[in-house]
Design a protein around this ligand. Structure first.
Ligand code: GCV
Length: 846
């Protein structure tokens, strides 16, 4: 069956590509019966074609036509509202009042807020501003598309003014397109050949999707920025992007390269206090605003991971941020200044007290209150870097006279790169709902970033999305729930992740109860499942941090200056971040939180190894030991991932074929890769600690046959690095680039019956090898190693945890004594690597 999926994808009848995301406006099954409750006309108040109000009117008419098959006309009024039944009135509150509309009873709205009043076929959508009107229109359509035509009247206001998307797009690097750093949905939709694309259709479609979830700005280029962003041709191109964004109320921002004046050869310094540098930035900012009057502002990564910044000149981070802030002030622009500042070269693990997690609070120490009012400090949710679990960044508690925004990573860099299903809002909520207890008072992170807790007027949310030209935007249909939920939470962080998800499912697929229940349960289980088979108890995602950030490589965390250390040795594991004996990080929190993390007994199990260095035999609050928890969690996580494909399969015929097959392909891959993860981590810690698994599972695989122990011809054993990503540490590779290798075995100790035959192999990015499986010389399956292309995760050129994968041929009849043979044909320098086969009785996973 899987073979059919692998080869059948291209032949499926064209169905839905995912391009419309959650804005499909699919015809409702109950459409006809609802016709009488629907408007027939949209009246748009005072607007020009580039205004979001105009867009709102067209969207409503188009949506009603598409969802209900009912024609809805659009009219435009410049000052008078004709009496008319069955009409949707669309405009700003101000336009409505000046057209004679009665606004008594409508609550005061905040910037970008809206009033939505649905009374049968009479509907008012009134925004505080033009953008708010469009948000109201999308809210109305979201209700309709979910079959909700109830009478309602309410005002909705965003929790925070900053609701920005960051794209890490490069001007070049993805063939003719720009590449996207940590992007898994293809190359840039904004850049090609070192400049802005001529065709910006996708940019406009993106703005439409984002407007529908309340996003009001996009920073279009990588925080590792290029100075040429500020050259005239690129600024002209940026103007074109801003022009296609504008009808959707989405403003454009850019990331800056701090040393631009020098890098462009125009000055010999970039010292932020130098008069010529100050003038240079003012001048460039003027040039941008001449082209883009509603330009949102700058995003700045400074003195981090090799980027220049104010510290290069011994200036403070505040002096650096204020340089840009002052240039933007005349225009109302904002500087998003990143708190991700650390020294990645000089951290030394042999010093017990060195700790990258301390960096942000240390670098910003004493600067609170020194930033201009239009500076917002953009803080990653945790102190390291978007790991599967981190404590909340303590910096949020230190910025009381400075606005802050939380940076969330929608693109799943350390969380499976869109090849593993991970619905992120439950993770995000652990941070947004975290109470910092500043001055022993309630201080939820969401209250801090919205500005409410410390009375700031700016602040909010930055989501690193990194969509690409792939029709699914993020590379995976199910990953789009994360983008959708980011916008919804930025608007209202009190929402429940499951209920946001269900809106998304109804809009993206349909309201069938099986569809709703299946996708909800899988998605809500997905983060704990992934955490279970990757990195537990706050040890971080145990991925390869020196290469692709994708597959397992626990050893890569330590013995380098990057500071994502685990300090695992033969007896113990974890970072001691206590004040009394460790790096002191726990003391960066306000006292009530600090005391909780300082003590092992009050530290939650899921962050134990983040804060404490303990023996593997340390008992958790759950009663289990650390090491046994590792083993059990990895088995539980991988076991749950095995259920995803069959649960998804219950949706066949309930959703369109294309999306059904594409999702099934990814979930099947995830099930296989989760076993690679499980074994790599368990083997690594078993080998290190020598503590056996109480359940006897680790390094005990009764259903496996190692390739290196089969009869080999044209294949030769190969020692894999890291050893733990291959079963037994060894794979086989062809003896040359042109030799077909075979590995055969006689199944003499098997009971005749029906089995699933799983084959673990390595799909590197350097070739398209071809494998065939024979039973007694009869072909039972074959595949080409090109899933690295289809999947879009960071490619690997090596035999490692990123390329390790599994394919399963279910329901194979095997007789005792049958001969199983794998033939591997290399391609280029990819030597058809093979790890092992498993002959699995029904229901067994190994
Ligand atoms: C854009 C991590 C990522 C980098 C990213 C950086 C950042 O280190 O791996 O790709 O750079 O964070 O957020 O600046």
């Amino acid at each position: 069956m899987l073979l059919g999926i692998l080869f059948g994808l291209v032949n499926l009848a064209v169905a839905e590509t995912g391009l419309n995301g959650w804005l499909r406006y699919a015809r409702l099954p109950s459409a006809e019966t609802l016709h009488s409750e629907l408007p027939v006309h949209v009246l748009v108040l005072n607007s020009t074609e580039t205004s979001p109000v105009y867009t709102a009117g067209s969207e409503v008419a188009q949506g009603i036509g598409s969802i209900f098959g009912k024609k809805c006309s659009v009219g435009y009024s410049s000052g008078y509202i004709p009496p008319d039944n069955a009409t949707v009135i669309v405009g700003t509150i101000k336009q409505y009042a000046s057209s004679g509309g009665l606004i008594n009873g409508i609550p005061e709205l905040e910037a970008d807020g809206f009033w939505l009043n649905i009374s049968g076929s009479e509907v008012q959508i009134l925004g505080q501003n033009e953008r708010g009107t469009l948000y109201g229109a999308f809210e109305y359509l979201s209700l309709l598309a979910q079959g909700n035509t109830s009478q309602i009247a309410y005002a909705s206001n965003p929790d925070a003014p900053i609701r920005w998307i960051n794209q890490w797009d490069n001007l070049q690097g993805g063939g003719t397109h720009g590449s996207v750093e940590r992007g898994y949905g293809g190359p840039s939709i904004f850049f090609e050949n070192g400049t802005v694309k001529s065709n910006l259709t996708r940019a406009a479609q993106y703005a439409r999707l984002l407007a529908s979830i309340g996003i009001n700005a996009v920073v279009v280029n990588n925080v590792n920025a290029n100075e040429s962003m500020l050259t005239a041709p690129i600024m002209d191109g940026l103007k074109r992007i801003a022009d296609v964004f504008r009808p959707y109320g989405v403003q454009l921002g850019i990331s800056l390269y701090f040393a631009s004046p020098q890098a462009l050869g125009e000055l010999d310094t970039f010292d932020p206090l130098d008069g010529a540098v100050i003038e240079w930035w003012h001048n460039r900012t003027d040039q941008i605003y001449k082209r883009i009057p509603d330009f949102a502002g700058y995003l700045v990564k400074a003195n981090s991971e090799g980027q220049p910044g104010p510290l290069t000149y011994n200036r403070t981070l505040a002096e650096g941020a204020n340089l840009f802030a002052r240039a933007l002030q005349p225009y109302g622009g904002v500087v998003m200044f990143r708190a991700f500042v650390y020294d990645s070269q000089n951290l030394n693990e042999s010093y017990w007290k060195d700790d990258r997690a301390n960096a942000a609070v240390q670098f910003f120490n004493g600067l609170d209150g020194q930033f201009e009012d239009n500076v917002v400090i953009q803080v990653k949710y945790g102190p390291i870097d978007f790991q599967v679990r981190e404590p909340t960044s303590p910096l949020f508690a230190h910025l009381q006279q400075t606005s802050s925004a939380i940076e969330l990573e929608i693109t799943q860099e350390y969380l499976g790169q869109q090849c593993h299903l991970v619905y992120l809002p439950p993770l995000w909520k652990t941070v947004l709902d975290f109470d910092m207890r500043v001055d022993s008072q309630p201080s939820l992170v969401r209250g801090i970033v919205s500005g409410q807790r410390f009375n700031r007027t700016l602040g909010g949310y930055a989501g690193v999305a990194n969509v690409g030209t792939n029709q699914t935007w993020l590379g995976s249909h199910l990953a789009m729930s994360n983008l959708y939920a980011f916008g919804r939470l930025a608007w209202n962080p009190r929402l429940d992740p499951a209920s946001i998800l269900q809106d998304w499912i109804r809009l993206t697929f349909n309201s069938d109860p099986t569809v709703l229940d299946t996708i909800t349960s899988m998605s809500m289980e997905s983060w704990p499942t992934y955490e279970n088979y990757t990195g537990n108890l706050g040890i971080q995602t145990l991925t390869d941090i020196l290469y692709a950030h994708y597959g397992p490589n626990p050893a890569s965390q330590d013995n380098n200056p990057w500071g994502q250390w685990t300090r695992a040795d033969a007896n113990s594991i974890g970072m001691d971040r206590t004040v009394w004996n460790g790096t002191g990080f726990a003391g960066q929190y306000p006292p009530q939180v600090a005391v909780m993390y300082e003590n092992i007994s009050t530290t939650p199990d899921d962050l134990l190894l983040w804060f404490h260095h303990v023996p593997y035999t340390q008992h958790l609050q759950s009663g289990q030991t650390v090491i046994q928890h590792f083993y059990d969690a990895h088995y539980a996580g991988a076991a749950n991932a095995q259920t995803f494909p069959s649960r998804w399969a219950t949706l066949k015929s309930k959703i369109d074929d294309q999306r059904y097959e594409e999702v099934l392909f990814r979930l099947t891959y995830q099930a296989g890769h989760s076993i690679v993860w499980r074994d790599a981590i368990n083997n690594f810690y078993f080998n290190l600690s020598n503590v056996p698994d109480q359940a006897g599972r680790v390094e005990n695989h009764p259903y496996r046959i190692e390739a290196e122990s089969m009869d080999l011809s044209g294949y030769t054993p190969y020692t894999v690095s890291p050893w733990n990503v291959a079963s037994g540490g060894v794979a086989v590779v062809t003896t040359s680039n042109t030799t077909v290798g075979t590995a055969s075995t006689t199944l003499s100790s098997i009971t005749s019956g029906t089995y699933d035959v799983a084959v673990n192999y390595f799909d590197m990015a350097i070739g398209r090898s071809h494998w065939q499986v024979y039973l007694n010389d009869q072909l039972i399956g074959q595949w080409i190693g090109d899933s690295d292309l289809t999947l879009g995760h960071s490619p690997s050129n090596y035999i490692d945890g990123h390329s390790a994968t599994r394919i399963t041929f279910p329901g194979i009849q095997i007789q005792k004594g049958d001969v199983l043979k794998i033939a591997g044909t290399p391609d280029g320098i990819e030597p058809a690597p093979l790890d092992y086969i498993s002959i699995l009785p029904e229901g067994v996973v190994d």
